[in-house]
Design a protein. Sequence first.
Length: 286
Amino acid sequence: MVALGVLLSVNANAYDVEVDGIYYNLVKKAKQAEVTSGDSKYKGDVVIPESFSYDGVTYAVTSIGEKAFEYCSDLTSMSIPESVTSIGKEAFRGSSSLTSVNIPNSLTEMDDGAFYGCGITSVSIPGSVSFIASDAFNRCKNLTSVTISDGVTKIYSCAFYGCVNLYSIYIPKTIEDIYKDAFNGCKTLTSVNISSLENWCNISFHEPYNTLLPTTTTYEHISYSANPLIYAHILYLEGNEVTELNIPEGVTSISSGAFYGCSGLTSVTIPNSVTSIGWDAFARCI
């Protein structure tokens, strides 16, 4: 029993090598390395190198492992090199002092809860990442702005849940699916830039969003009048308070009750293309 206890203690923070204060697991045949956790928590400003040499071999740093920087409360900034292609599950979870991190254009995969509850203030997600995973930025309470680049196609459930200071987000034309509670609790979200009117019409808002779409058999039959209803739901019914609304040119009608009860609404821009506004579309917006 004593021997087993010693073995468990030794393996508690298993890693292959430490180089310049960073812990790695090695994939020797591929000459690649994954950043992992180690004996001590990371702190301060951490710069991950693109490669390093160990025992006469040069290893390329290609990934950040699961929970590698979890609850590193004294970690303040992170520089991730272009060699990194994946960030593991909950890699930065709970690193509340982490205010600055770059997401490299080389990244293709960002797993569930990668930045859950960390302290970052703004983030730009490159198009090389095909989807934003569930809980990726859940409860990032200091996050104020998000830019999502062309190429990203899905925003999964609770991706930005509880980002209470998020006020601005850019959603590109490549987005096809936004899942349940993606922006729930983002109470200060007042600026949403949906780059393509055509795609805005065809975005599939999963439960409960699709219950608000008109009764149609195919998305091709959805009229532009559905757009304000979707827009109102993502911003208002999920707990947000819309203050400024700019309806893009091309929308022809605003559905009944589309913005009912948006009590924080102070400014509305309606384009010349709008020919009809439904009953109670802006009722109780006081």
